[in-house]
Design a protein around this ligand. Sequence first.
Ligand code: GLU
Length: 308
Amino acid sequence: MRIDGRNLGANNVDRIASPPVVSRFAPSPNGPLHLGHAYSALSAWEIARRYVGRCLLRIEDIDVARSRSEHVAGIFDDLRWLGLTWDEPVLRQSEHFSVYQAAAERLRQMQLLYRCFATRAEITAGAMTDICDPEGAPIYSRQHSQMSGAEQAARMERGELFAWRLDMARACDIARAKRGGQALTFTELHDDGRHEIVMARPELWGDAVIVRKELPTSYHLSVVVDDARQGVTHVTRGRDLYAATDLQRLLQVLLDLPEPIYCHHRLIVNDDGRKLAKSEGSRALADLRLQGETSADVVQRLGFNLSV
Ligand code: GLU
């Protein structure tokens, strides 16, 4: 099977999952869970069950302005309703900013990060091509990569906020050297049990933001740090995060973190074929529950069978 045209042809790689398998479901509590989240959660628990492992729940609430405690409570209720259980205590990323800061510091010490004060408008205006990153944002033209220390100090003095960006070219060079000259790859586990080695192309992200302007971290940095320290062996999530894996594999190599296996599952779409969004409350699990659907209906509708 191909994903994104990047199959390297290495099917049935001899990389049998060896215990203990640890998978995880890592929702961001900025909206109610919908059917797409239920599919992700059930996939994560299904992998753990298949390999007699454990599935963890992690609350990805680094974006403290958008996260809501009622959505955290909703996540717990919805998962219990689906019949899923998890280990306590649940890791909440907002309680661990210092760990992500330490990882960023390590990258800084490797001279892989630089300050970027550019505003969104400046980044768009400065973009040299129409080519966007995998999330559709313009590729940053590195305007601030060579900014003098004096100008940085002056801008900070004026209270200008800055992000820390990854020097992608240098990062790819260092990662290649750390891998003994081998190309960066990740392993994708397909539904039919095949393992596929996929070429990672982090350069498609350009000089990605690793520490956001208004936060002490970013999604990509926190996710790799937590997958590693929680001992996650199988990262189960939707195909919308497939391209993120390239950047995350790069960070894992740079930070000497272990390599998990990835399982990017199909996306649950609307009747008109669009990916479900959190704003579409009509498909929130809590609403389905109120409309009288049972969890067994939902589990079956999504194609899982929890009773075997
Ligand atoms: N927190 C992310 C989300 O809710 C998922 C991150 C991941 O599974 O890697 O979309």
